[in-house]
Design a protein around this ligand. Structure first.
Ligand code: TEU
Ligand code: CA
Length: 536
């Protein structure tokens, strides 16, 4: 039996502060708005709240370009608002974890502004500078957002490295002075009552750009171990790292007891991606099941699995793997039970719990995200049709996850009292919203609430948290089925991943259905029918 941790029974809720709730009518979500909604989160059963960056930022990448780690983006409020949010959350048994963006900062950060002053400035080596080669960049490394990874500084003639936007210079983790300033910042926030960290692209901090190594670099784990020792280790906090290139060995090193509690890996969400997220391949259901089974086996008795469908970088799961035309409610619930029945910590992204969907971005003026805008411009340069590009962005773009939270059917979905919102509303807010679901026992919201509470406390909690995972029917074209077993007790999840009826597989004789997205459960599984059986 794994060592028990306070957060093992938790479900983590992720808030994108700009889009969750606006308290002052300026059309931009803010910290006071999150505080307003803490009762909603407590009622949902949430005990850990991950808030995306709320620090001072020019918002080139919506807050993942931080210009002051120790101050609050004035659009989101003040330090007093943050202190109140931490306190009010604590009173409701909700621990707040912050988004640690330690791989890079904003080019408007004091450190970078100092570094630009010259090669012998003490902050110069807080960043990664190289001379060019033959009048060009040091090498041909690429960045995200359709960019090259080296940016020339005309004043010094050198290039600096950026894995993301030009305005997001990578921090130089080889510099102990820089590392220790980051640790001081982390300890400042721990002192404020932050109960943990979600670590943005933590896999990149050990990079060696001269050898074109970005993720999983040679110094990655020594740096994380040092960070842990200097800040959160032994303080019973919650830490999760974001890793897009995690392999089994690397992942188990992260969770070796000297580093993090868990990492996100996204293999199950890139199975239909070719060259990039906008290069969409046919969905391969069996590959999806094999991916989940692989990672469940890796984490079977070591480390811990982050169970994720949605986040602020991903298109809405019910639009990706569900059916928003004919079986919106059934497929959203099926996806929820299929994920939440597994071993690991489930993450719920704002709006996922009410079945929020992608939207059609018909005009590029509706877009905000640098990743989508750069993709559109870069591909148009190559002669591709804007309408087709907008179709792809509507399928996979990050703005799908950033349209404001849909609270009710009033103007702007009750997200703001103002006339405008910083990003377009999804027009389906009139039918998909919290108010329409919170008192409907058959709603997606109530289904998520049941799942979250089932893990948190009660009869099946221990089985859901610690039960062994075994995949069944892995090669079946329609059914996702697995068991969770512990001490002779068993849960079985059976999900029909398609819009047609299929024969229901047999289960144990004394297995009874304890949760389903259909009222009647017969010998066939109806479209997107999902069932949780228990023998105890
Ligand atoms: O994302 C890491 C990252 O690489 C994503 O941009 C991902 O590759 C892409 O969205 C998949 O299509 C983190 C943050 O979650 C993201 O919001 C930031 O833009 C990025 O790092 C830079 O901080
Ligand atoms: Ca506001």
């Amino acid at each position: 039996m794994e060592e028990r941790k306070w957060w093992h029974t938790a479900t983590v809720y992720q808030v994108y502060p700009k889009s969750f709730k606006d308290s002052n009518g300026d059309g931009i979500g803010d910290l006071a708005g999150i505080t307003e909604k803490l009762d909603y989160l407590q009622n949902l059963g949430i005990t850990i709240l991950w808030i995306c960056p709320f620090f001072r930022s020019p918002e080139v990448d919506n807050g993942y370009d931080i210009s002051d780690y120790m101050d609050i983006n004035p659009k989101f409020g003040t330090m007093a608002d943050m202190e109140k949010l931490i306190e009010e959350a604590g009173r409701r048994g909700i621990s707040i974890i912050m988004d640690l963006v330690a791989n890079h900062c904003s080019d408007q950060h004091r450190w970078f502004q100092e570094a630009l002053k010259g090669k012998d400035n003490p902050y110069r080596n807080y960043f990664i500078w190289r001379d060019g080669k033959d009048g060009k960049a040091p090498n041909d490394l690429k960045a995200a957002f359709s960019l090259d990874a080296w940016q020339k500084d005309e004043k010094s003639g050198q290039y600096y490295f950026h894995q993301f936007a030009v305005e997001q210079p990578d921090l130089n983790w080889a510099n102990p002075a820089m590392r220790h300033e980051l640790y001081d910042m982390m300890n400042f926030w721990i002192g404020k009552g932050i109960k943990g960290f979600r670590m943005d692209v933590i896999e990149l901090i050990g990079k060696d750009p001269d050898r074109k190594i970005t993720a999983n670099g040679p110094m990655l784990h020594p740096y994380i171990e040092e960070m842990a020792r200097e800040t959160f280790l032994g303080k019973n906090l919650f830490t999760v790292g974001e890793c897009w290139n995690a392999n089994p060995d690397e992942t188990l090193r992260y969770t070796n007891g000297k580093e993090l509690d868990m990492v996100f890996q996204f293999d199950h969400l890139v199975i239909d991606e070719g060259k990039n997220k906008f290069d969409i391949l046919p969905f391969d259901f069996i590959k999806l099941k094999k991916t989940f089974r692989k990672w469940q086996e890796i984490f079977s008795d070591r480390g811990w699995y982050a169970l994720v469908w949605d986040n602020h970088d991903l298109a809405r799961i019910v639009s990706r793997y569900g059916d928003t035309e004919r079986y919106w409610k059934e497929s959203a619930k099926m996806l929820a039970l299929t994920l939440h029945g597994m071993k690991g910590t489930p993450y719920v992204y704002e709006g996922e719990e009410i079945g929020m969907t992608n939207m059609d971005f018909e005009n590029k003026s509706q877009l905000d995200d640098i990743e989508s805008i750069n993709f559109l411009e870069a591909e148009k340069e190559k002669g591709r049709d804007e309408k087709e590009l907008l179709r792809l962005i509507s399928l996979r773009g990050r703005d799908n996850a950033r349209t404001p939270m849909q609270w009710d059917a009033t103007r702007n979905a009750g997200f703001t009292s103002g006339k405008t919102t910083w990003l377009c509303m999804n027009p389906n807010y009139r039918s998909i919203n919290v108010a329409a679901e919170e008192n409907d026992p058959d709603s997606i919201l109530c289904f998520y609430k049941t799942l979250i509470h089932m893990r948190k406390e009660g009869k099946y909690s221990e089985l859901l948290v610690y039960g062994r995972f075994d995949m069944l029917m892995e090669d079946d074209e329609h059914i996702f089925m697995y068991t969770r077993t512990l001490g002779g007790r068993r849960l079985t999840v059976v999900s029909n991943w398609g819009g047609s009826e299929v024969e229901a597989p047999s289960v144990g004789n004394d297995d009874r259905i304890v949760l389903s997205n259909y009222r009647e459960n017969g010998s066939v599984l109806k479209p997107y029918e999902t069932r949780l059986y228990a023998n105890c």
